[in-house]
Design a protein. Structure first.
Length: 267
């Protein structure tokens, strides 16, 4: 993918994302079907499904040699990330979408041979688009975001963290998480992984810690965070696998290792 090709794909993806956002806003106050997936709080709506179908159709018609990895089953069955792959979450934060009608996002990451080249996170109701191309910085709408400060400490940090991980659970020792909560300046939970990534990119939070995310939850956020000097790894510090679910720490580099070494003990 040369620079010209990347720019064309970037502009096309941006157009589709903004169009999809308009479609969601037009439909969200009409009656729609809500279903559950793996658990009663794992929701999907027909608007999630229709939005992913919209992206899959556009991508296949325009770029027949590209592949799609999506949450709602309209993508391809991928065993690798060879070539150009669009990783799409049509509505990240479906529970917020259903209950609050806000705090949800469209997330699109475009990868070439496993490397994130383009990332978009679109706060649909806020009409805020976080966007990036690899090596060219990250933007909030048309405003270029500054590199993350290296002059922070954990005690003065805001960390995105679901309180579930501080209770008895099957994935991580709760004691270390409770110590993390006591140490930091504050914690937040917004209910949308994509938006929590975006807030770390913007510097409004200093880290985001979660124990189970799929590739479509993180693909765009990783591209964006890289562009401001942040880092995303699995909770043990190893590389994220973009074909499976992962534990995730996305953060300012200044506090990343301390969170892993002192507060995360996986079961």
């Amino acid at each position: 993918m040369n620079d010209q090709q990347k720019q064309l794909i970037f502009e096309q993806a941006k157009q589709w994302i903004l169009e999809a956002g308009e479609r969601i806003r037009a439909k969200m106050h009409e009656p729609f079907v809500i279903e559950t997936k793996s658990t009663p709080d794992d929701l999907v709506t027909e608007i999630d499904q229709n939005t992913e179908q919209f992206f899959a159709k556009k991508i296949r018609e325009t770029y027949p040699d590209h592949r799609v990895l999506g949450e709602e089953g309209f993508g391809d069955d991928l065993k690798d990330l060879n070539g150009i792959v669009w990783i799409v979450d049509p509505i990240d934060g479906t529970m917020n979408f259903v209950h609050q009608k806000q705090n949800f996002a469209i997330s699109v990451g475009i990868y070439k041979d496993g490397i994130g080249e383009i990332g978009f996170i679109y706060d649909v109701m806020g009409d805020v688009l976080y966007q990036s191309k690899r090596g060219e910085g990250a933007y909030k709408n048309d405003h270029k975001l500054s590199p993350l400060s290296s002059d922070i400490v954990l005690e003065k940090s805001i960390v995105g963290l679901n309180a579930f991980w501080a209770t008895e659970n099957p994935r991580v020792d709760k004691v270390g998480m409770q110590e993390l909560i006591r140490k930091v300046r504050g914690t937040r939970s917004y209910g949308s992984a994509a938006l929590e990534f975006a807030y770390v990119v913007e510097g409004n939070m200093d880290a985001y810690v979660t124990m189970r995310l799929a590739p479509w939850d993180v693909a765009a956020g990783i591209v964006l965070l890289n562009e401001v000097g942040g880092i995303t790894t699995k909770a043990d510090g190893t590389e994220v696998n973009m074909l499976t679910t992962n534990s995730i720490i996305a953060s300012n580099r200044a506090i990343h290792r301390e969170i892993i070494d002192k507060h995360i003990e996986l079961k």
